[in-house]
Design a protein around this ligand. Structure first.
Ligand code: NDP
Length: 483
């Protein structure tokens, strides 16, 4: 497969290049080799993309919901037909194993396109009777939306933002992370093949500065970011200048609480899924694993046994289940956290080392005896590093679980039904799990509280964030005035 795209950007239904833009080398994380070179958008490219999105918006909004939905559902079908090729590309872009990408990335993108395609025709206003008078509401699009993505799920993020935006009659300019610029271009190609008019979904490349220039452009009505909390604060502030709508899907340091009555095998599975899937590069990961003291050693023993099932290697090999970190930089950041964990006195149970092969591999790493104030328990690591903390009581663990500025996700494993729901109610987090972890079906809302974000992606809730209500008052009789 050629990993060099036809051109760097996809605007107004066509690939577009401007070689004057800064080089973006695309590095395959499994080998460190450069597999493509793209160019960051110049101001002329940014302008071209926004002009295309602006020009297409009113026509697209004029289509009926059924017509828009048909395009999105057709795009979903094409994505599913091409799942193999899209998954191979996602693996080149991110280094995540094909075993994961073939079942998660283009497939969840297709789910979003299908779901919002199905909802598009049902996006309606309401009628409010006021005696003889009445008010009706129109649910209208926001206009031109900018999507800015992180590097961990490039296809999924491009679809999670694009599908609800387009279903509501908006148009989009999407900027992927410069670390993983390849996959969103395929989403843009597919939209056109599925029948979207040119300009409805555009992709431009660039470093943070390109994202920043998009946010402040007067043609932009909404910004949806998936990224870290520091970037989120900058983007939120820049969007506020123009009083633009925002969705912020930011970072986390989520708690996963395991009570001693939990099914141990399931709890270990939850901890593995919530820490080591995608080599730990998942925003909602439950990286603070609180284990009730009575089962702590049994948990650590079983977890260590299960980690012998890790198979690292060429991520394109379908038997490989653990890939490299996305970049050398990210690997170095995570190694820094591992060193800090050792320095601050956490017990290294397993892992902690690089791997003697090319690429940015790191062993899955488990620390035990972690305390609340250690850096590995307070900071988002975004790598395969699990911190196991002990606890005694429900009240204590809930207080400690919530003692963070993040609030993205939280999970609990217990056999006690009422306790499970009490914990879910008590967690200060936008997305909670009972006896599972990290499921993210498109039907369910996804997003964070506190500093982990604003707004929700997926589910019917996303419609609220990509549309606005207009109220229209209709008087049926004569109108009186004081003079
Ligand atoms: P970053 O915050 O570094 O970057 C996110 C995106 O924002 C990138 O496209 C980046 O471009 C762009 N960007 C950076 N600075 C600016 C700016 N000033 N104005 C506009 N755009 C800017 O995140 P990462 O890519 O490193 O992704 C990891 C982070 O994303 C983690 O914190 C993780 O938790 C979070 N995340 C959250 C998810 C959620 O749904 N809540 C899901 C996945 C990840 P560039 O890369 O070119 O700098």
């Amino acid at each position: 497969m050629s990993t060099q795209p036809t051109a760097s950007h996809f605007i107004n239904g066509k690939y577009v290049e401007d070689a004057a833009g800064e080089d973006i080398p695309v590095i395959y994380p499994a080998t460190g080799e450069v597999i493509a070179t793209l160019h960051a958008a110049t101001p002329a490219i940014v302008d071209q993309a926004l002009a295309a999105a602006k020009a297409a918006q009113s026509t697209w909004a004029g289509w009926s919901g059924t017509e828009r939905g048909r395009v999105l559902r057709c795009a979903a079908d094409i994505m599913r037909e091409r799942n193999h090729d899209l998954s191979v590309l996602e693996t080149y872009d991110t280094g995540k194993p094909y075993q994961e990408t073939s079942v998660v990335d283009a497939t969840s993108g297709a789910d979003a396109l299908e779901y919002f395609g199905g909802l598009a025709a049902a996006i309606t206003g309401e009628h409010i009777q006021l005696g003889d008078d009445f008010v009706y509401t129109r649910r209208e699009p926001l206009g031109v939306c900018v999507g800015i993505g992180a590097w961990n799920y490039p296809t999924q993020i491009a679809c999670w933002k694009g599908a609800p935006a387009l279903a509501c009659g908006n148009t989009m300019v999407f900027k992927p992370s410069e670390t993983t610029p390849l996959c969103a271009l395929k989403v843009a190609e597919i939209m056109i093949e599925a029948g979207a008019p040119p300009g409805v979904y555009n992709v431009i490349q660039g470093y943070g500065a390109v994202g920043a220039s998009l946010i402040t452009d007067p043609r932009v009505d909404k910004v949806s970011l998936t990224g870290s909390v520091p970037t989120g604060k900058k983007v939120y502030a820049a969007a506020a200048e123009g009083v633009r709508h925002v969705t912020m899907e930011l970072g986390g340091k989520s708690p996963l609480v395991i009570f001693d009555d939990a099914d141990l095998e399931n709890a270990v599975s939850g901890a593995i899924l919530g820490n080591f899937y995608s080599s730990g590069q998942v925003c909602s990961n439950g990286t603070r694993v609180f284990v009730q003291k009575g089962i702590k050693e049994a948990f650590l023993t079983r977890l260590t046994e299960r980690l012998s099932g890790v198979k690292m290697g060429d991520p394109q090999d379908p038997d490989v289940n653990f890939g490299p970190m996305v970049s050398e930089r990210q690997r170095d950041i995570v190694e820094g956290f591992i060193a800090k964990g050792k320095e601050e006195g956490a017990r290294l149970v397993t892992g902690g080392n690089g791997v003697d092969r090319p690429g940015f591999y790191l062993e899955p790493t488990v620390f035990a005896d972690v305390t609340d104030e250690m850096t590995i328990a307070t900071d988002e690591i975004f790598g395969p590093v699990m911190s196991v903390l002990d606890f005694d009581t429900e009240e204590e663990v809930l207080r400690r679980a919530n003692a963070t500025d993040f609030g993205l996700a939280a999970g609990v494993f217990t056999a006690n039904l009422t306790r499970a729901h009490r914990m879910a109610a008590g967690f200060e987090a936008g997305t909670c799990y009972i006896n599972t972890y990290n499921d993210a079906p498109v039907e369910a809302p996804f997003g964070g509280t506190k500093q982990s974000g604003v707004g929700r992606e997926n589910s019917k809730a996303a419609i609220e964030h990509y549309s606005q209500i207009k109220g229209v008052y209709v008087r049926m009789g004569d109108l009186e005035a004081p003079f």
